[in-house]
Write a protein that binds this ligand. Structure first.
Ligand code: ATP
Ligand code: MG
Ligand code: FE
Length: 338
């Protein structure tokens, strides 16, 4: 079984070929970061134009790399949302064109379901499981009782973790995307600056990072006004400690309450060295739960994860019609059996 995955929800034009659900035969990612850098963030119109220019090339490259042709494909899986509508449309239309021209079944995939299924390329899933999703637009704890079934038990009420990283990086004049830069600085500093942690109501699995982000910005501005200098490494370390403390503590509580067999880390912020180390420390050697953390290339946006999720939906017979449309506000529960 060969499944093609296509991902164009943001600023990566990506196509992958997944063999038998779990094996990566090709995983091509054309990043646009250089084009967006000078604007300090992703410019939707520029993203769409790049996807149009790149998609055919990346499609051909993936097939070439996997050593197969369109006629070998069992299905084409594509990110239908959420994301930038103009960017999503390029992938969705490319997928529909190929599906129609070659008579191949089409599968629509939720981008975050994809991030979670990146873990299945590392290790087979065992249910029930919990996934901590931390990305540029999402911070969620997702409970899964079986393949393709997603229950969001907690989510951010304001900024996503990645968004907070990028905004804090901007305050420190670091280039976009700022997450990896803050991560690097954090390891060179000490968490000496007092910053808030948003625990919210007792028992809540929701998150909030806007207060922390504002506290960092205020710390920088106040120091500037008093003519004092702050050590960026220490501020980065303090910020990172606060983010990780809340993420890991709430995850630990959810793992206990839901009695899951596996804990999966997912999304771009899963590339964070401090977060990975902290989770390893708390769950790495526990016999009752298996911690899975994907390699860095499978954490940030890619199409292998879309192919992996698509393979499962394909086997469940959840196909899309040629009227499949991009949906920037898509809900992850669309994959749950009704
Ligand atoms: P979403 O998946 O929610 O739609 P997205 O696709 O834009 O959003 P991803 O590509 O999954 O987001 O992740 C990108 C985010 O990950 C950026 O905010 C980036 O700063 C962050 N990130 C990447 N590497 C690291 C790191 N080492 N530490 C912290 N954050 C990181
Ligand atoms: Mg991206
Ligand atoms: Fe993403």
């Amino acid at each position: 079984q060969w499944i093609m995955g296509i991902e164009t929800s943001c600023d990566e034009t990506a196509v992958a070929i997944i063999k038998n659900g779990r094996e990566i035969s090709a995983n091509i990612v054309a990043s646009q970061i250089e084009s967006h850098k000078r604007f300090g963030g992703v410019v939707p119109e520029i993203a769409s134009r790049h996807h149009v220019e790149q998609i055919t090339i990346v499609l051909e490259e993936a097939l070439y790399k996997a050593g197969i042709t369109y006629s070998d494909l069992s299905a084409i899986a594509v990110t239908e949302g959420p994301g930038l509508v103009g960017a999503l449309l390029i992938g969705v239309n490319a997928a529909k064109a190929v599906a129609f021209a070659h008579g191949i079944p089409l599968v629509g995939v939720h981008h975050i379901a994809g991030h979670i299924y990146a873990n299945r390329l590392v290790e087979e899933m065992e249910f029930p499981l919990l996934s901590l999703v931390v990305s540029g637009g999402h911070t969620e704890l997702v409970y899964m009782k079986e393949h393709g079934h997603f229950q969001v038990i907690g989510e951010t009420r304001d900024d996503a973790a990645g968004e907070a990283y990028d905004k804090v990086a901007r305050t420190l004049n670091l280039p976009y995307p700022g997450g990896p830069h803050i991560d690097r600085l954090a390891h060179e500093g000490n968490p000496t600056i007092q910053l808030p942690r948003a625990w919210l109501e007792e028992g809540s699995y929701d998150f909030s990072f806007s207060g922390l982000k504002s506290a960092v910005i205020n710390t920088v501005h106040n120091a500037e006004q008093r003519g004092e200098t702050i050590v960026p490494e220490d501020l980065a370390a303090s910020f990172q400690e606060s983010v990780i403390d809340v993420l890991v503590t709430k995850t630990e509580r959810a793992v206990e309450e839901y009695q899951v067999k596996q804990l999966l880390l997912a999304g771009g912020v899963a590339a964070n060295k401090g977060l990975r180390a902290s989770l390893e420390k708390r769950f790495g050697d526990k016999a009752e739960i298996k911690l899975i953390i994907p390699p860095l290339t499978l954490c940030t946006d890619n199409a292998a994860m879309i192919g992996a999720a698509g393979s499962v939906l394909f086997e469940k017979g959840q196909f899309a019609g040629l009227d499949l449309n991009a949906n920037p506000g898509l809900d992850i529960t669309i994959h749950n059996d009704k």
